[in-house]
Unconditional design. Structure first.
Length: 512
């Protein structure tokens, strides 16, 4: 994106934010013009924001380093980097660096704002302290899901509009993440919010003119992760969505250009020892972990860990903290796979004689052992199965091993069968000449046949798939049974509706 385009769409200032300090957001930097070189800014004038990834590398937006006249990447002598400052005009207390290299994403498109991300290498490493620290790049697509909250920071305009009303104090604002569909519906449609972007929106607040390239962070596992850099937004800025580049989609490109600190090891932690190693870390390292993970031993580069016990499961984390203040966290899964939810059973289809059952969540491991009314029924390798079962209520249990094979997990379904009201039974089904409607004499669960009512008279109606009635009438039970002649019906599927003095229920029947 060109800087001329940026004047309309790019993000520059935060509206409705609150004062903050750099030690609360020590990864935030200010990109500034250097003398007369930059086409937009005079010497030391703030242009864009950015985030510290390593002592030598800064992440920002591609449009921040693009010359709007030529469309080319600006020269390294056109900008400088200021780190460790709370006040925008601070030229003394921070760390100030010249630029050695600028890498713009090769597929950056200023018209669509696709791939609006860039990397800047500075001439000398930053010295980490409380005010200058890196932020860990997101490692999960779940970090930018709608419904979550992201924190944005930057200097500048606190009012919407074309007037320049910058804040000299660093601003912060927590904003809800909304769906891309919602953002596109709120916008004019001139630029589409694509899958390489995510959107934030808070009425009467927002990121506005001047802090493109600045960070959006989320709090996960007691640590902030960098999920986005400020890209574009329509006006009015305090009402329209704020759009950020979805950085999870660019982890590969970023890693191809620089060495990010990383903790390597298996994503799954079981009740056996596993080694995890910090790559590209600096300083003296101390290892900590979530409560469901036990650290067996550690040194300056690695840690040996295991699940705290065989039955614990859920999400966990392992963190490497340097004496220079930088932290890097590996989010792990303890005795279960990523995104796994507790195992459950649901009945997704039922007829008079059969029920179709599926397993939700769980480890995904097979085999599965099925029990019906406390008796073993079968073993399957898949998550779905079908039972021949004509009663009203049922107790189904499924058992299998957790992901690590260290403990058995179970799930239950107990109660009435959905879609089968259970007061009447239809047999045979399918049928060619006659179906028998009988009163259900169930004693399992909470249903009793007496609940049907004392009347032996009921009404019935048969409807075909075109919703055309093909038969209706009244029936009277004889020994709690009624035979219905369907010889004249064409072959196919029909809906039988039965109505008595207390209930109304439907059944699917097949005419052979």
């Amino acid at each position: 994106m060109s800087l001329m385009f940026a004047a309309t769409y790019a993000q520059q200032r935060i509206i409705g934010g609150n004062n903050t300090t750099i030690d609360q957001n020590p990864w935030q930097i200010s990109m500034r013009g250097s003398g007369t070189y930059h086409i937009l800014a005079a010497r030391n004038q703030h242009i864009c924001g950015g985030s510290i990834l390593t002592p030598e590398w800064i992440l920002t937006a591609a449009h921040c380093i693009t010359n709007f006249n030529t469309g080319n990447v600006i020269g390294v002598n056109e900008i400088t980097i200021s780190a460790g400052i709370t006040q925008r005009n601070d030229l003394i207390t921070g760390q100030y660096r010249n630029v050695a290299q600028i890498i713009r994403h090769p597929n950056y498109n200023p018209a669509t704002q696709e791939n609006d991300v860039a990397l800047i290498r500075i001439t000398a490493p930053l010295n980490y302290n409380n005010d200058v620290l890196p932020i860990q790049l997101t490692d999960s697509a779940f970090d930018a899901l709608p419904g979550g909250m992201a924190r944005v920071t930057g200097w500048g305009n606190t009012l919407d509009g074309t007037a320049t009303t910058p804040s000299n104090i660093l601003q912060t604002l927590d904003m809800p993440i909304i769906s891309n569909n919602s953002a596109n519906n709120l916008n004019t449609g001139n630029v589409t919010v694509s899958n390489n972007m995510f959107a934030l929106r808070l009425v009467n607040s927002g990121v506005s003119r001047g802090d493109s390239g600045g960070p959006a962070t989320v709090l996960k596992s007691s640590q902030r992760f960098l999920t986005g850099c400020s890209s574009w937004g329509e006006s009015p800025k305090d009402n329209k969505p704020t759009i950020y580049t979805r950085l999870f989609n660019y982890r590969g490109w970023i890693s191809n250009n620089l060495q990010l600190p990383d903790i390597t090891g298996n994503n799954l932690v079981c009740n056996t020892n596993s080694t995890y190693t910090l790559q590209n870390g600096t300083g003296n390292i101390t290892w900590t972990a979530s409560g469901n993970i036990q650290i067996v031993s550690q040194n300056n580069t690695s840690a040996i860990i295991r699940a705290s016990n065989a039955s614990t499961s859920g999400s966990g984390w392992l963190r490497a903290t340097s004496n220079n203040g930088s932290t890097f966290t590996e989010r792990l899964n303890v005795n279960q796979v990523e995104g796994q939810t507790p195992m459950s059973i649901s009945i997704y289809s039922s007829s008079s004689n059969y029920i179709d059952v599926t397993i939700n969540g769980g480890s995904g491991n097979s085999p599965y052992d099925w029990y019906v009314n406390n008796s073993f029924s079968r073993t399957t390798t898949g998550r779905t199965t079908t039972f021949y079962y004509t009663e009203n209520s049922i107790r189904i249990e499924v058992r299998n091993q957790n992901t690590c094979g260290t403990g058995q997990v179970s799930a239950f379904f107990t109660g009435p069968i959905p879609g089968r009201y259970g007061y009447y039974r239809i047999s045979p089904n399918p049928a060619s000449t006659t179906i028998t409607i009988s009163k259900e004499s169930a004693t399992f669960g909470d249903f009793k046949s007496a609940e049907i009512g004392n009347s032996d008279v009921f009404g019935y109606q048969l409807i075909d798939l075109n919703n055309i009635e093909v038969m209706n009438g009244k029936g009277t039970f004889n020994n709690e049974k009624f035979d219905l002649d369907i010889t004249a019906l064409k072959k196919g599927l029909y809906i039988l509706e039965i109505v008595s003095d207390k209930i109304k229920e439907t059944h699917k029947i097949i005419k052979e």
